[in-house]
Design a protein around this ligand. Structure first.
Ligand SMILES: [Zn+2]
Length: 310
């Protein structure tokens, strides 16, 4: 009799265990992996307080990890080209640096080949300020370069085919592009002292952006002979991926500008194929020193070598 109870008891346990196992797909399914945004910091030669490509990378990562209305995004900063296991799970690449890091990092040929493979699987590509740049030695005389397809345009640094213009304007007014592009959500026209590049390069057809490229922000520049200049742009690529270029900020302190920051973060999120919230991504910034820039405000490079560290 005792053994009958034992058998019944074990059978009951088995039923309970089976029921729990059947439950687990609904209650305990493994969470979706967080989309990874890889921020690649390229070399810079600019004075403290300007460009600040590493501190900007850390600031972008902080913002992406702390979006109050779009939680669950993971972002990581890389100061050299990451390994394939990281790149293969990235939903978007964000570049900071003087000129496009794809051409300035070591072994740029294999870096460009990897970006090409990532683009073909639909990875987002975003370039900030001078990371939109290509030099004469990076392009053939006609200016052909995959960066044009990846992001929709580039800053032509003293190239033969085209020369973009970099100049600091005391008060440039930046206007959202027309239409209902997701990157336009939640930010409005703003003015700032910065270096929005003009005469950016959009292609051989009279420098007109390709049909799959949208002007995200424009500015009437330069002040003495104003013309509508595109200073941020986005592309829906033929490979199914998305890209964006934005030619600000030059000054690190301009990350405090809520509208500029929202435009950039919207662009990154959109390029990673996430849904941009109706009010745009909401972020708040701690004190900018948190991100360890060389300086908060621009100052000249040290003219004397620093004393050796002990
Ligand atoms: Zn600059």
């Amino acid at each position: 009799m005792r053994s009958l109870f034992l058998v019944l008891g074990l059978a009951l346990l088995g039923v309970v265990a089976a029921a729990q196992a059947a439950d687990s797909p609904q209650t305990g399914s493994s969470p979706k992996p967080k989309p990874l945004i890889a921020i690649i910091v390229g070399p810079t030669n600019h004075p403290p307080g300007t460009h600040e490509v590493a501190a900007s990378g850390r600031l972008i990562a902080h913002c992406l990890q702390n979006m109050s209305n779009l939680p669950g995004v993971s972002a990581e900063v890389f100061y050299e080209w990451p390994k394939d296991d990281v790149l293969d799970k990235a939903a978007a690449l964000v570049f900071t640096g003087d000129n496009f890091p794809g051409v300035t990092l070591n072994d740029s040929k294999s870096v460009l080949a990897k970006i090409d493979a990532m683009a073909k699987r639909g990875c987002g590509i975003v370039c900030i300020h001078y990371a939109t740049g290509l030099r004469k030695q990076d392009v053939p005389p006609d200016g052909t370069h995959p960066l044009l397809a990846w992001t929709g345009g580039y800053f032509a640094t003293k190239c033969d085919h085209h020369q973009s213009i970099a100049r600091i304007y005391p008060a440039a007014t930046i206007t959202p592009g027309g239409g209902d592009h997701p990157v336009l959500r939640g930010w409005k026209e703003f003015s700032l002292r910065d270096e929005p590049y003009i005469n950016n390069y959009f292609g051989k057809d009279g420098n007109k952006p390709a049909p799959n490229v949208t002007a995200i922000a424009t500015s009437m520049l330069p002040p003495e002979s104003p013309k509508k200049e595109t200073v941020a742009w986005a592309v829906n690529r033929d490979d199914g991926g998305r890209g964006m270029g934005i030619v600000m900020p030059h000054f690190f302190a301009n990350w405090k500008n809520e509208d500029l920051r929202k435009c950039i973060l919207n662009g990154i999120v959109w390029a990673a194929k996430l849904e941009v919230p109706a009010e745009g991504v909401n972020t708040s910034l701690p004190d900018l020193v948190t991100f360890k820039p060389e300086a908060l405000e621009p100052r000249p490079k040290a003219t004397q070598p620093a004393a050796p560290k002990k």
